[in-house]
Write a protein that binds this ligand. Structure first.
Ligand code: PLP
Length: 311
């Protein structure tokens, strides 16, 4: 019998935890980490498409800003983080991946409840690309419910810093799924819609103007991409409060997320948006979004090395 250790299987994804790379199924964090006990963490998600990171610099910049906002230290500069992310992707061999970087508070010494005494922990992983909407939903458009659940106000938890305070999103989603919708958008408590579980929201209103909420939302990198695409395509766009009534009367509605880019919505609260079909502006933005993935200014190729095992 050979005493040789089995080669780790990274085919389902690779993680970096406790300073080591492990297959995704073996990735663990200590139960006493405040990241787990208190959602005391920040994170970001960047995708890999066709073997290249999309807008890696923008995600790293937002991640560092989120860390600063929550007084969390990743312990690595952006270039060091990028190298860990690339190594997770390289080990997995994935050409289309969902790549997450996380800093948790860690744990203060026993007996201390002072977060300043905790040693923050950096973690990362790469898994197969995650879609917010499946293929059928992308083809027909999602059915969206407007929830009465209020998104945690930014005066309590800064929505611009990416966080795991998801109970409002999860309870809203459960209500929407129970009611037969595919997903949900939460409100700000004053009649405006804000964002949903993992996405920002846009509509083409009755006047033909693109509108996306300004406040109380994560400033999504895909949202930024949509804003830039609209400018490049000459589409009028406003970033401002979006009343739920305006959304219900819109010609087109779509979501934006790293989990699939521009995702059409064709029903809101059980009523069709426009004629109930995916609209022309949404289609144009979907096509442009994927075309931009080939722009060398936005794509950072992963060096898979000579022995890469591809999907
Ligand atoms: N809003 C929330 C609450 C999110 O969690 C996310 C992404 O996970 C988004 C918006 C969309 O951000 P991005 O386009 O950077 O993926």
């Amino acid at each position: 019998m050979s005493a040789q250790a089995a080669t780790p299987d990274y085919s389902q994804g690779a993680a970096y935890v406790g300073g080591q790379y492990v297959p995704i199924a073996e990735a663990r964090i200590p139960i006493t980490d405040w990241g787990f006990l208190r959602s005391d963490a920040t994170y970001d998600v960047v995708t890999v498409w066709d073997g290249a990171f999309f807008r890696l610099d923008a995600h790293l910049e937002r991640f560092m800003a989120s860390c600063a906002r929550f007084r969390l230290d990743p312990g690595l500069p952006p270039a060091g983080i990028a190298e860990v992310l690339a190594q997770c992707v390289r080990l997995s061999g994935l050409r289309a991946a969902y790549v997450e970087m996380i800093v948790t508070r860690g744990q203060p010494p026993w007996g201390s409840r002072d977060p300043r005494q905790a040693v923050n922990q950096f973690h990362a992983f790469a898994v197969p690309y995650v879609w917010i909407a499946n293929e059928a939903q992308r083809a027909r458009g999602l059915h969206l419910a407007v929830s009465s659940v209020q998104r945690i106000p930014s005066t309590s938890v800064d929505a611009r810093a990416k966080n795991y305070h998801w109970n409002d999103l999860t309870m809203g989603l459960l209500g929407a799924l129970d009611g037969g919708a595919d997903t949900v958008v939460l409100s700000d408590g004053a009649g405006h819609v804000v964002e949903g579980p993992g996405f920002n929201l846009f509509c083409v209103n009755a006047q033909g103007t693109l509108v996306t909420p300004a406040e109380g939302v994560l400033e999504g990198i895909t949202r930024r991409t949509v804003i830039e695409m609209a400018a490049a395509l000459g589409l009028p766009l406003q970033v401002r409060a979006l009343p739920a009534a305006e959304l219900r009367g819109a010609r087109e509605v779509f979501l934006s997320s790293s989990g699939g880019g521009v995702l059409p919505v064709t029903w809101v609260d059980g009523a069709p948006v426009g004629d109930g079909a995916v609209g022309p502006v949404t289609r144009q933005l979907v096509d442009t979004y994927w075309a931009w993935h080939r722009d060398p200014r936005l794509a950072t190729p992963v060096d898979y090395g000579p022995d890469a095992g591809f999907e």
